[in-house]
Design a protein around this ligand. Structure first.
Ligand code: ADP
Ligand code: MG
Ligand code: MG
Length: 234
């Protein structure tokens, strides 16, 4: 009953191999935390799963909801219900937040005001997307765009980095909302600081080091990371 399976994935960016032999599985009801030091390849793995074109899959496979999506376009994967925290494509600079949210909501059938209220971004709606936002504002906007996609499985990249204490509570609610709209009740959260674990308990914790997923375990693995760091996990 696997929702997402990443099987021995090898990923290159340009001539560089960034991910080697990465495995990850997400089952129904799984709240997966993916941890690892800076540069381990966590963001790359999420972006390869969603299918951003610069991340070249050299070998291995990705299955979503039982379907092999390894060779499918990003648009197809998104249409099947995969969602990743929004990355701002350069061509969207100059576009207002409200325009982006309205567009996403038109497709998914959501309500821009509801989502904006939930994330506390009403005052940012008419601003240019991403321009001059504080860390906390940017994270809240990113979460709003993800919610507006109504993904079946959300992949959330570092929701708890560079975020103040008030924003973190708003972001935690948005994550809980994302789990609620997932028909599988599943989510994947990359966290560098694991600050989010004070609010949301993982069912599965995976550690990524130097381009591969070295270990997965239950919540107890978090305590091991907190007491010893990542250095003994290679
Ligand atoms: P993490 O999210 O775990 O901090 P990343 O996935 O961002 O790690 O990066 C993994 C590795 O891939 C790093 O060595 C990084 O420098 C490299 N990398 C990421 N993006 C690019 C890119 N566009 N071009 C070249 N190398 C990249
Ligand atoms: Mg495997
Ligand atoms: Mg990253």
């Amino acid at each position: 009953d696997d929702v997402l399976v990443v099987d021995r994935l090898k990923i290159g960016i340009g001539d560089k191999i960034v991910i080697e032999d990465a495995n990850l599985s997400v089952s129904r009801g799984d709240i997966v935390f993916l941890l690892g030091p800076n540069g381990a390849g966590k963001s790359t793995l999420l972006r390869a799963i969603i299918g951003l074109p610069i991340y070249r899959i050299l070998s291995g496979d990705i299955y979503f909801n039982g379907e092999r999506i390894t060779d499918k376009s990003m648009e197809y994967r998104v249409s099947r219900g995969l969602g990743l925290t929004y990355q701002i494509p350069p061509k969207l600079l100059g576009v207002r937040v409200v325009d982006i949210l309205s567009n996403l909501c038109k497709r998914s059938g959501c309500n821009v005001s509801e989502i904006s209220n939930e994330l506390g971004i009403m005052h940012l709606l008419n601003r240019e997307f991403g321009k001059g936002f504080s860390g906390g504002e940017l994270k809240r906007i990113e979460m709003a765009t993800l919610l507006a996609q109504k993904p079946r499985l959300a992949l959330v990249d570092e929701p708890d980095s560079g975020v103040d204490i008030d924003s973190i509570e708003i972001i935690v609610k948005a994550i809980e909302h994302l789990i609620e709209v997932s028909p599988y009740r599943s989510i994947v959260i990359v966290t560098h600081t694991a600050l989010i674990s004070k609010y949301i308990r993982p069912t599965k914790v995976c550690i990524m080091i130097s381009g591969s997923v070295r270990r997965c375990g239950d919540e107890d693995l978090l305590d091991e990371v907190f007491s010893h760091g990542f250095k003994n996990m290679a």
